[in-house]
Design a protein around this ligand. Structure first.
Ligand code: GLN
Length: 195
């Protein structure tokens, strides 16, 4: 087996291309994942930003929701940004009708939480183990509360915006849009450790 981890990006909707570029820059082999057979071949998976209701519906339609839940439950490393964070939440506070999540992180999220005041903004966020990161927030969710097993990695304005539980990592913001690949490097490291 090669030492370079193969990391998929869930390519149903959202900013897939930016994640593929960031993962390649962080020394992973990156590929889009649209089918269960493609999911079976990756060592880890990024769930991009976009629209969580759309990603949720397409995941069901493409027959990916159950395989995704199975692999996450089995410990496959996952990293969700923004809509991807919502997809990894065990519970959404304000789901749209029919909106399902993959789950994996014991947390309750509030969709569009920052969006009510600001559609979009940037702020420096101090991420545990990484340092200051330029956070791009686009109609971003925040984490309302976390369970005992969930580690809070960053807060902004008193709200949780980055978490980790075991092999699952999630941020409210979009590191794939900044050209700073440290969050992706952290995830690639998690995938290496898990293999
Ligand atoms: N507000 C979007 C949602 O609920 C997330 C926005 C984003 O990913 N930039 O899915």
């Amino acid at each position: 087996m090669s030492s370079t981890p193969v990391i998929g990006v869930l390519a149903l909707q959202g900013d897939v291309r930016e994640h593929l570029i960031a993962l390649a820059a962080a020394d992973a082999v990156a590929r889009p994942v649209r089918r269960p057979e493609e999911l079976a071949e990756v060592d880890g998976l990024v769930i991009p930003g976009g629209e969580s209701t759309t990603i949720s519906k397409l995941a069901v339609l493409f027959g990916l929701m159950e395989p995704l839940r199975a692999r996450v439950a089995d410990g496959m490393p996952v990293y969700g940004t923004c809509a991807g964070l919502i997809m990894l939440a065990d519970k959404i506070l304000d789901p749209r009708s029919g909106q399902e999540t993959i789950g994996g992180i014991d947390m309750i999220v509030r969709r569009n939480a920052f969006g009510r005041q600001n559609e979009s903004f940037e702020a420096t966020v101090e991420v545990t183990g990484v340092g200051p990161v330029e956070g791009v927030f686009i109609r971003a969710p925040w984490v309302e509360s976390v369970g005992a097993q969930t580690e809070v990695l960053a807060e902004h304005g008193g709200h949780i915006v980055a978490v980790r539980q075991g092999n699952a990592l999630a941020t409210s913001f979009h590191p794939e849009l900044t050209g700073d690949h440290r969050m992706h490097a952290l995830f690639v490291e998690m995938v290496r450790d898990a293999r």
